[in-house]
Design a protein around this ligand. Structure first.
Ligand code: ZN
Ligand code: ZN
Ligand code: ZN
Length: 375
C-alpha cells in the first residue's frame, strides 16, 4: 500500500540508481543483511530459501521471496513488485531471468555463498562487485529520521548504563554471563526489539576487547567493562542500532587504574570534539591515539577508534588509520578508544556521535567517569 511513509525508500532507490550509474553497475542483487531493510523496509529471513531484491539501474525493482513469506512483506508497489516463488520453483533461475542482460552486477555483501555461486553459474561472463561499494557511502549519510532513531536507541542504552552505574544491576557474586543476560533484558525493556550483544568483562578479562561473558564471578576490586547494544524499531520496518561502553569499578580503583582511566577519558573527549565535518576518519583516530600514546599506553590501544552505525552495528565510516575519506554531515559513528593491559585490566569508553555542520553531536549522555559501585 502506497503512503506517505514510502518517501524514504523511493528517495534511497533513486540515490542507489545514481550511484549504480556512476559505477557502471547494471543491476543490484540484495538478499539477507541490512541493505534490504534500508532499501525497502523488509528484512529477509536468513534461512535456506532465497529472498532477493533485483534492482535494475532502470525499470522496476522486484522482490523475489518465498511464497510462504509473502505475508510478511509490507508491499510498496511504488517502489518494488513482489514475486513469490513456490517450493518447487527455482528462485535462482527467477533472479537470473530478471537480471537479464545485465553485464555488471553488484551483489549484497551478506548473500549466502551458495546463492552467489549458483547465480554466477546461471549468469556466466558477468562482472561482480560487492553491493557495499554502491550502498556503503549512501547508508553512511543519515537523514533526520535515521538520526532520530539512533538518538532514541542511544537514550535507551543510556538508561541501561544509568542502571548499571546507579547500582541497580547487581554485580558482586554474579557471573559475567548473568550480568550480560540482565543487560540484554534491560535493553529490551527500554524499547529495543533485539539485543545484538552485551559484553561483560571483569578484572583481567576486560583486557580482551571482545571478551565472551562467561562463568567468572565478579568480585570486589574488579573493573567491569560493559559494552552493549541492540536494535531500535521504527515505523518503516527498518531498525537502528545502539552501542555503548561504560566501565564501573567495584570499590575504589587503585591509582594505576584511575590514572589510566583519566587518560582514556581525555582521549575519548579529544576524538569526540575533533569529529568535525571535513576531518578524515584517520585524523579523528589519531586524536584519540595521540593522547593514549603520550601517556605511555600506545601499544595498549589495540583497535581502531570507531565504526559507523545505522541499520548495521558496524558500517561505514570507519574511524581508523588509513581512512582518508572526510566526515560529512549526517555521518554517525562510535568513538571508543580503549586501554588493555593483559593479565591485569582493560577499559573502553564508547559513545555514538553524529557529525553536523555546527559540530559533533554526542547521542549518548550516560556518565563517562569510572563510576565506583558497591556491587
Ligand atoms: Zn567491538
Ligand atoms: Zn560497543
Ligand atoms: Zn562500537
Amino acid at each position: 500500500m502506497a503512503g506517505p511513509d514510502d518517501a524514504p525508500f523511493a528517495e534511497r532507490q533513486a540515490r542507489v540508481r545514481a550511484a549504480m550509474a556512476a559505477r557502471g553497475v547494471d543491476v543490484l542483487l540484495v538478499s539477507v543483511g541490512p541493505d534490504l531493510p534500508w532499501l525497502i523496509g523488509y528484512e529477509a529471513m536468513p534461512l535456506e530459501r532465497l529472498t532477493m531484491l533485483v534492482l535494475p539501474r532502470e525499470g522496476e525493482a522486484t522482490l523475489v521471496v518465498p511464497e510462504l513469506e509473502v505475508p510478511r512483506v509490507v508491499e510498496r508497489p511504488d517502489t518494488f513488485a513482489v514475486r513469490g516463488w513456490g517450493e518447487t520453483d527455482d528462485p535462482v533461475g527467477i533472479v537470473a531471468a530478471l537480471a537479464g542482460a545485465a553485464r555488471s552486477i553488484a551483489v549484497g555483501d551478506r548473500t549466502w555463498a551458495r546463492f552467489v555461486v549458483a547465480l554466477q553459474h546461471e549468469l556466466p561472463g558477468r562482472s561482480w562487485i560487492a553491493a557495499s561499494a554502491v550502498t556503503g557511502p549512501l547508508r553512511a549519510g543519515k537523514d533526520e529520521h535515521e538520526i532520530a532513531a539512533l538518538s532514541a536507541a542511544a537514550a535507551a542504552a543510556d538508561r541501561v548504563a544509568a542502571a548499571l552505574q546507579g547500582g541497580e544491576v547487581a554485580l558482586v557474586g554474579r557471573t559475567e554471563a548473568q550480568v550480560s543476560a540482565e543487560l540484554g533484558r534491560r535493553l529490551l525493556a527500554e524499547g529495543h526489539h533485539r539485543v545484538n550483544f552485551a559484553i561483560v568483562a571483569a578484572g583481567a578479562n576486560a583486557a580482551s576487547p571482545h571478551h565472551e561473558p562467561g562463568g567468572r564471578v565478579i568480585a570486589a576490586g574488579d573493573i567491569v567493562l560493559c559494552d552493549f547494544g541492540g536494535t531500535w524499531p521504527t515505523a518503516h520496518g527498518v531498525g537502528y542500532c545502539s552501542d555503548i561502553t561504560r566501565c564501573v569499578h567495584i570499590g575504589a580503583p587503585p591509582p594505576e587504574v584511575a590514572e589510566a582511566y583519566a587518560v582514556l577519558h581525555a582521549a575519548q573527549a579529544a576524538a569526540v570534539a575533533g569529529a568535525q565535518v571535513g576531518r578524515t576518519g584517520a585524523e579523528v583516530d589519531e586524536l584519540a591515539r595521540a593522547v593514549i600514546r603520550d601517556a605511555g599506553f600506545g601499544d595498549r590501544f589495540v583497535h581502531r577508534t570507531g565504526h559507523g552505525i545505522g541499520v548495521e552495528e558496524h558500517e561505514d565510516p570507519y574511524i581508523v588509520a588509513g581512512n582518508h575519506e572526510p566526515l560529512a554531515a549526517g555521518h554517525a559513528f562510535s568513538i571508543e578508544p580503549g586501554i588493555y593491559v593483559p593479565g591485569c585490566w582493560g577499559m573502553r569508553l564508547e559513545d555514538i556521535v553524529v557529525a553536523a555542520d555546527a559540530g559533533p553531536v554526542v547521542l549518548n549522555r550516560a556518565d563517562r567517569s569510572l563510576v565506583v559501585v558497591d556491587g
